[in-house]
Design a protein around this ligand. Structure first.
Ligand code: ATP
Ligand code: MG
Length: 261
């Protein structure tokens, strides 16, 4: 299947600010004339939302890790098929709140399921789809959990707290897993998410806007499939080396560095 848009995923432990930052970035992209498709996992479709309720409901405590993995994979396949892939084919920027890396971090590093099993399941279409860029929002696990619990209290929401209720040890394994994943392939960006919301948003925007801008379609002008795939290749080439860290202008520097090697 031909892909012409840009697929960006947001990852990080509970309360690291993924949802907050996606909202800010989406607003910014809309202002720039690049309205993104914003979606989340589990969820994004009617079936996905039904599975989300089951997966995040504290009443589902004790579900075997394999059940958990397969439910996430089931929701994701539906999500890719109905939402993500069609949006990418229309040339859209897709911002997704958690994706495959969350499964590797939580069900793999957190629950102890073999990473190899998770990757094999995610090699079967449509699960083979990989992001062009993954932003890992990094924050101290306890600080993130405090933020998430304060938010839940303020919203009086308790229906999605099953993972928040896990032990600190579990969350530390997840955080360490996320860090290890950033070393495993290109296309990750680690973002220090411990500062104020606006500061984190600025780091993300300075990095994403130039990438997203590359596929802006001028009103009334249509890009051909060939133009789209050329732009797409250039954007992907600009994604950083794994484990890289930092903010402004880094995408361009990363390209310059790679060119010099
Ligand atoms: N940089 C920040 N500084 C202070 N508070 C923040 C910051 N970012 C987000 N918050 C607040 O922390 C809470 C958690 O943020 P948010 O819901 O965006 O995190 P999340 O990563 O989506 O969490 P979850 O993994 O539970 O979905 C919210 O109340 C949000 O307003
Ligand atoms: Mg969230």
């Amino acid at each position: 299947m031909r892909r012409r848009g840009i697929f960006i995923t947001f990852e990080g432990v509970e309360g690291s600010g993924k949802t907050t930052q996606i909202r800010r970035l989406a607003r910014r992209l809309r202002k720039e004339g690049i309205p993104p498709v914003v979606t989340r996992e589990p969820g994004g479709t009617a079936l996905g939302d039904a599975l989300r309720r089951l997966l995040l409901d504290p009443a589902s405590a004790g579900m075997p890790p394999l059940t958990e993995l397969l439910l996430y994979a089931a929701a994701r396949a539906d999500h890719i098929h109905r939402v993500i892939q069609p949006a990418l084919e229309r040339g859209r920027v897709v911002l997704c709140d958690r994706y495959l890396d969350a499964t590797l971090a939580y069900q793999g590093y957190g629950r102890g399921l073999p990473l190899d099993l998770i990757r094999r399941i995610h090699s079967v279409p449509p699960l083979g789809l990989r992001p062009d860029l993954t932003l890992l929002l990094e924050i101290d696990v306890e600080k993130g959990l405090r933020r998430a619990r304060r938010r839940d209290e303020a919203l009086r929401s308790s229906g999605e707290g099953r993972f928040e209720a896990e032990s600190l040890e579990f969350h530390r394994r997840v955080a360490a897993g996320y860090r290890r994943l950033t070393l495993s392939r290109r296309g990750y960006r680690r973002i220090d998410a411990s500062g104020p919301i606006g500061e984190v948003a600025e780091k993300i925007a300075r990095f994403v806007l130039p990438l997203a801008g590359a596929i802006r379609t001028e009103r009334g002008s249509r890009k051909t499939a060939g133009e789209h795939s050329r732009i797409h290749r250039s954007v992907v080439a600009r994604t950083p080396r794994s484990g890289a860290r930092g903010g402004a202008g880094v995408g361009r520097r990363a390209v310059a560095r790679r060119g010099g090697r």
